[in-house]
Each structure stands twice: as C-alpha cells, then as structure tokens.
Design a protein around this ligand. Structure first.
Ligand code: ADP
Ligand code: MG
Length: 235
C-alpha cells in the first residue's frame, strides 16, 4: 500500500469540530484514484494529512510504509520532498523564477529526487525540459520566461512538471483543472496519466467535478467514507 489511513480523526484545533473521521482508506501502488466531494468537505485537508503538511491527533497515516505522525516536522518535510509531488490548486509557482527553475526546484530540497532526475536526463535542466515537452510546453522560448508571465493553462503544466520532477512515488493533485475549460481538463489528465505510468507513480487526484471521474481507476466519495459531519459545507 502506498497510502494506509487507519482510525483517523482530525480537528484544526483541539476544541474545534472533527473535520475528518476516516476508519480505513488504502491506496495501492500505481493506482489512479479520484477523490470527489463538495467544497468544504475536507478534500484538501485529507491531502494535507497524506502529504504530512498537517498531522492528526488520533489515528495513523502511513505513506510508503512510514507513519507520518511518528516523524517530527523537519523529517516530514524531508519525507515529502523525497517522495511526494504536489500540484496545488493555485499552482504555487515561484513568480521570479523561470519556468525551468520552477520545475527543477524539488531537486534543491531532495538529493533523492535530484539523483533520480539525473538518472533520467543529462542534466536537471534537460530533464525539466523533457517533462515540459511531454506536457505540451515544447516552445523553448517559454522555458526561460518568468512563471507569472504564462497563461493559467501553461502555469498548470509547469506545476505538473515540477511535481513530476525526480519521479516521486506519489503524485497529489488538488483540483488542478478547476481553471481550465472541459476539453483541456481531459487532455491534461491524460498527460498526467502518461507520466505516472512511465515513472510508476501513484496518482491521487481531488476534484469536485464528477465529470472527470470516469477517467480514473477508482473513485472515492469523501462524504461516504467521512464519519464526521461537516456543517460548514451545507451553508
Ligand atoms: P475542500 O478542499 O473539500 O473544499 P477543505 O479541506 O479545504 O475542504 O476544508 C474542510 C474544512 O476545514 C472547512 O470547514 C474549512 O473551513 C476548514 N479548514 C480548511 N483549512 C483550514 C485551516 N488552515 N484552518 C482552519 N480550518 C480550515
Ligand atoms: Mg480544497
């Protein structure tokens, strides 16, 4: 199992209501999982727990056989840098860095990702360009531009290339297609699938857009597995 969640209960503060209560959730290596649920239902919170950005006071989140709650925050940051590629909803690109420098960024934080990237390409920049090309960003003049001068669709591809750099075992995507129109969403997801297949990565993809669900191996309806009430989602 690449993800194994057991008996999880999560609150943002000790006296706040439970946002997530998940008895049992597992994701197998190589799986492409679609997680759906309405806005406010805890999708991003769950991804944050799986990535070790946050930890729960009750229960266990194991990722690649490591219980994240047993690591201190510094070790969790290293673990994430080594093993997890994260595509954020707002992309979180570094505005003053070029496209290529944004893509190679994970290799500055992880010697493991750096080594894996160098085993696939001649240099980090060459590997970044290969990923960008696969994601349909094949104009060399785009690669040296500052990230913020790109269109939303282009920024999304850069964010995906950055997450894929150095072949992390787990790729997490938090509503990365919400800014795109419908036909571009599907082509973007197919490109992600190609890259995941090539590197053997597991993909966990979150969206409130159920029309994308049929593309994936399996769907998880968060509301169905979450034992916590989430009143804020109803209003
Ligand atoms: P989704 O991604 O499904 O839209 P979220 O996981 O972002 O839902 O939010 C789930 C609940 O947790 C919401 O009630 C939200 O207000 C709350 N929440 C999210 N992030 C934080 C935070 N950093 N601090 C406190 N509450 C938060
Ligand atoms: Mg969210």
């Amino acid at each position: 199992m690449i993800i194994d969640v057991k008996g999880l209960e999560f609150r943002w503060k000790p006296d706040a209501p439970i946002v997530l209560a998940i008895e049992d959730l597992t994701v197998a290596a190589g799986e492409r999982l679609f997680i759906k649920g309405p806005s406010g239902s805890g999708k991003s919170t769950l991804l944050g727990l799986v990535a070790g950005v946050t930890t729960a006071a009750v229960g266990s989140v194991r990722v690649i056989d490591q219980a994240l709650e047993q690591l201190g925050s510094v070790k969790r940051d290293h673990f994430r840098a080594d093993h997890i590629g994260y595509i954020f909803q707002m992309f979180n690109l570094i505005p003053y860095l070029s496209v290529v420098d944004n893509v190679t960024l994970p290799c500055r934080f992880s010697a493991r990702r750096r080594g894996r990237a160098l085993s696939r390409g001649r240099s980090l920049n060459a590997e970044a360009k290969r990923l960008l090309q696969h994601l349909d960003m094949d104009h060399a003049d785009l690669h040296q531009r500052a990230a913020t001068t790109l269109s939303v669709g282009q920024q999304q591809r850069v964010a995906a290339a950055r997450a894929l750099m150095g072949s992390p075992e787990l790729l997490i995507a938090d509503e990365p297609t919400s800014a795109l129109d419908a036909d571009r969403r599907e082509s973007f997801i197919r490109l992600l699938f190609d890259e995941c297949r090539e590197s053997g990565a597991t993909l966990v993809f979150v969206s409130h857009d159920a029309s994308l669900e049929h593309l994936f191996d399996r769907t998880l309806d968060l509301a169905a597995v979450n034992g916590a009430a989430w009143p804020s989602a109803e209003v």
